[in-house]
Design a protein around this ligand. Structure first.
Ligand code: NDP
Length: 292
């Protein structure tokens, strides 16, 4: 069997088009421009690339893009003050503090300072709680993108066996919550899981979010399963995922490539979350299909 390739790059383009159309409608019908503020502390080169690309895409869909770059040795109170100003700024509907933060900062304190209604990363403890109790939340972008692709490919996910490998707060756990919300039977695997290949072999849906190049091989995959590869690993041979694409794509029914799978969906979902936050803040109908 050779798997269908789930083209995240093309899908992300369609999501951005839908976001752009909704932004145009908000401007035309209500005179509102959704705004996204991104805060970057320090000069980590990878973070710099992400922030630039977020700014570019935010503008491309017609939204207001605000960028705040602070020195690595800035006092934590100054970051908290900036977050407070952005919370109070009516032009800003989404706030994203780029992680990782410098070591002297308490990440949890800064994330907790963001107004949950503007928390477009979905990392605030209130949004974590809302998601896990099945209520309307801001949903973390990467798992949201994975779910959009799964829904698009399968339609109804009810009753499917899903294995999420990885239990981080930003990918694994929210991904598992979303799949549970779709009535999947969900297993969360991690570094202490016994007989991981056997666990994965039971899955109709595998989401790999580990950070280990090509760890999941074709012999772990149930024939016909759908494989979502979240991993981004920089190797001497370029970017690779957590899944060994060559062997897995011979067995899976559908698979996301790396690059060109989950990655592009993450930024598209950030834009989607910003429009959603803007609609909620203004008591307007949310765009269809851009959130859960
Ligand atoms: P973390 O390092 O926070 O979490 C990794 C998880 O994998 C942990 O739960 C860990 O288990 C588990 N794990 C590690 N080794 C093994 C193993 N041998 N077997 C089973 N499980 C294992 O990573 P993130 O969740 O932040 O990211 C995961 C990957 O996704 C990375 O490659 C990252 O770059 C990528 N990523 C991609 C994004 C995108 O936009 N495409 C966005 C975010 C992340 P334990 O908890 O027991 O330590």
């Amino acid at each position: 069997m050779t798997a269908t390739i789930i083209d995240g790059k093309a899908f992300a383009g369609r999501v951005r088009d839908r976001v752009g159309a909704h932004v145009a409608r908000l401007k035309e019908e209500h005179g509102i421009t959704p705004g996204l503020a991104v805060v970057l502390v320090g000069d980590d080169p990878a973070s710099d690339v992400y922030v630039r690309s977020k700014g570019k895409m935010t503008k491309a869909v017609g939204m207001l893009s605000l960028e705040y770059r602070l020195k690595a040795d800035v006092a934590q109170d100054e970051v908290l003050r900036l977050v407070g100003d952005l919370n109070a700024n009516p032009e800003v509907h989404g706030i994203l503090v780029q992680l990782p933060l410098p070591r002297h900062m308490e990440e949890s304190r800064i994330l907790a300072a963001i107004d949950p209604a503007k928390d477009v990363d979905g990392f605030h403890i209130s949004n974590v709680g809302l998601l896990s109790t099945g209520q309307r939340a801001m949903v973390p972008c990467t798992p949201l993108g994975c779910l959009m692709m799964l829904r698009d490919h399968h339609g109804d996910l009810t009753g499917m066996d899903a294995v999420v490998i990885g239990r981080s707060n930003i990918v694994g756990k929210p991904m598992a919550q979303l799949l549970l919300g779709e009535s999947c039977t969900v297993t969360i695997a991690h570094s202490r899981t016994r007989n991981l290949p056997e666990v994965v072999r039971r899955a109709d849906i595998v989401v790999a979010a580990v950070g280990r190049p090509k760890m999941v091989t074709g012999d772990w995959i149930k024939p016909g399963a759908t494989v979502i590869d979240v991993g981004i690993n920089r190797t001497d041979n370029g970017l690779v995922g957590d899944v060994d694409f060559d062997s897995a794509s011979q067995v899976a029914g559908a698979i996301t490539p790396v690059p060109g799978g989950v990655g592009p969906m993450t930024i598209a979902c950030l834009l989607a979350n910003t429009v959603t936050a803007c609609c909620r803040a203004n008591g307007l109908a949310e765009p269809d299909g851009l959130t859960v």
